[in-house]
Design a protein around this ligand. Sequence first.
Ligand code: ATR
Length: 264
Amino acid sequence: MKKYFVVGNPINHSFSPKLHNYWLKQNNIDAVYEKIKLEENEVENFILKIKNQEINGSNITVPFKKSVIPFLDKLSLEAEQTQSVNTICFQDGKLVGHNTDINGFEKAINNLNYKIKNKKILILGAGGVVPSIIFALNKMEVSEIIVSNRTYKKAENLKNQFEKVKIINWGEIPDFDVIINATSLGLNNEKFDLDISNIGDGKLFYDVIYNPSETNFLKVGKKLGNQTENGKYMFIYQAFEAFKLWQGIEPSVNNDVLNLLDND
Ligand code: ATR
């Protein structure tokens, strides 16, 4: 029986096993997908188990998406440019790191039927997932990307990877078409305390968080008359892309899959 994992710390909250095990069963694949919590000093040993095929593949989540890189033989272009790996495959004798968060985000936006090309984007946050979102937005040819992060320096570091990104102070709200919450604010129902009362309507509010399904950020956006979307499809599609890399099959994204992730 093949074995796949998602590794991170913390990992308890992860919905990946539910999703992947559903797809494995649906496609009659003799495999199991589990989650494990690792400490930083256990990562190398874990990766070696993929190399010697004790483990067939793995998803990587916070905080190891960058720290796994030195232990891999090769990176996809996307993983290289974002310095972020969320999926490891064993291909032609080599350990290859992929980044499926990028396609996950792109597919989630396409799924909305929202024409993001030439739109002005404001990203809140500068954590692990932000380089992947910026990469996807550039691919989708948005007109401008502005990043605002509580810790200014961390946002500024993004300019090393993405020259054209504009950095502004936390609390400053410029004109935008799409606002993306990529902070962890909202995971525990925290209040959204940036003053956006003057931004008006007709915008897209996108939250990377999907549990809870409606953060206070999305509630505020909705109240002001804007379109809102949580990170559920991004999560599903990053998993979809990982499944495709490992199994060579596109799994189905249907109501059962959506229901699997309904937790609140
Ligand atoms: P990491 O920063 O380790 O990559 P993450 O979960 O990917 O972790 O990122 C958390 C993001 O949420 C960061 O942008 C963080 O801002 P800082 O860089 O200033 O830490 C942001 N964040 C977390 N709590 C926040 C809060 N109370 N207010 C504003 N931003 C917050």
